[in-house]
Design a protein around this ligand. Structure first.
Ligand SMILES: [Zn+2]
Ligand SMILES: [Zn+2]
Length: 215
């Protein structure tokens, strides 16, 4: 069976985990959430000696998407995701970035919106798309049942959950999405979050203060 390999590249002043993910058998790769700092992403691609086929976006926040349009132009690859409910964020990347002092961000037009139950391909690997609104309305998670791996964006973190005080955020919706869609994936599933260290579903189920009884 083909294996997934990943390199995590923290980018932007927000230390956002841009993830270079590839299929070991084919060396085909995807760049997930290229928020900025493209030279660092490009050197990670060169170091891994992989061919990037596409860009995936978990949601529309500037630290995740600010460099997506530039990277698309450089690599000549399509942008897939997030869910179309984040359109309003992708159309205002430049203004939002400016308020954070980020200069090189550009608005994003995805080539393909993704929805619940969609599947996306990376070499010989297949990822399911889970729509998990709450942090932003169009947040999605990429999950490979075979690899036991989920790329969760800002939905769930080691020891925390996504903030819900930004436009379109909804705390109840976020908790429901985590309970109904992420926890059932299985305790053995590794998660790569948009910020901070990696974890597992099992560790978060047991220790994440936001996911204990009665939530
Ligand atoms: Zn976010
Ligand atoms: Zn973020």
């Amino acid at each position: 069976m083909s294996k997934a390999k990943a390199a995590i590249i923290p980018v932007t002043p927000f230390q956002q985990n841009c993830t270079l993910l590839w299929c070991e058998t084919t060396n085909r790769a995807v760049v997930i959430d290229p928020g900025g700092d493209l030279p660092r992403i490009e050197s990670a691609i060169a170091q891994a000696r992989v061919t990037v086929d596409k860009i995936w976006l978990t949601h529309g926040h500037v630290d995740h998407v600010g460099g997506a349009a530039d990277l698309k132009a450089k690599l000549k690859v399509p942008i897939e995701g997030p869910h179309r409910d984040d359109l309003f964020l992708l159309q205002h990347v430049v203004e939002t970035a400016r308020t954070f002092g980020m200069e090189n961000a550009a608005n994003v037009t995805p080539d393909l919106w993704l929805e619940e139950k969609d599947q996306v391909q990376l070499g010989e690997l297949t990822f399911d798309v889970l729509h998990c609104p709450g942090h932003s309305p169009g947040s999605i998670v990429f999950f490979s049942p075979a690899q036991r791996l989920a790329i969760v964006g800002d939905v769930l973190f080691a020891g925390s959950i996504g903030r819900t005080d930004l436009p379109g955020g909804n705390h109840r919706q976020l908790l429901n999405a985590i309970r109904d869609k992420l926890l059932p994936l299985g305790d053995d599933v590794a998660i790569v979050s948009g910020h901070g260290p990696t974890s597992t579903i099992g560790r978060e189920r047991a220790t994440n203060p936001f996911l204990q009884s009665g939530y």
